[in-house]
Design a protein. Structure first.
Length: 164
């Protein structure tokens, strides 16, 4: 957890980066709003050489990257992930969560998302489903950009005294 009183920006974007297809979109929006971005991954990856972009490579088990994000996320932070269980944990920590297709996870929608995930997992285990999610399309990227912008604006309206 972050130390009490540790100074940092109001908005910080954490990216569950291992399979994130919208990293370039995150960089674009973060640059425009002057936000810091932390990509969290299990293996080194190339990231732009910018002061406001950090790469956190975590070692450990299957959920090590997820655990790191949950341990460092604060209310008013934004998490980008397709992982529904991570989204659920981040919502409980007070963060805003957006999937790569632009779908926001909320307290109202996360229960259904977890149930659907569990059902699909069971169907895959039984051999009923053998394909993954469809590839990200241009409209998904556009929806993601719009949703990220809306979430940032929403946080800034709620906390205008701390806006960057």
């Amino acid at each position: 957890m972050r130390e009490v009183g540790e100074d940092r920006r109001l908005l910080h974007i954490f990216v569950d980066a291992d399979a994130c297809p919208v990293k370039q979109e995150v960089y674009h929006v973060a640059r425009r709003y002057r936000l810091e971005v932390t990509l969290v991954t299990n293996a080194w990856m190339r990231v732009p050489n910018e002061r406001w972009i950090a790469l956190e490579v975590v070692e450990g088990g299957f959920d090590a990257a997820d655990d790191w994000i949950v341990d460092h996320v604060d209310p008013r932070d934004i998490v980008v992930t397709a992982d529904i269980l991570l989204a659920n944990r981040c919502l409980k920590a007070g963060a805003r969560v957006i999937g790569p297709t632009g779908k926001s996870f909320t307290e109202d929608s996360i229960g259904e998302a977890v149930a659907t995930r569990d059902l699909l997992s069971e169907l895959r285990g039984a051999g009923e489903i053998t394909v993954g999610p469809p590839p990200l399309e241009k409209r998904d990227r556009s929806r993601f950009l719009q949703q990220l912008d809306e979430v940032i604006q929403s946080i800034r309206r709620e906390h205008p005294f701390n806006s960057t």
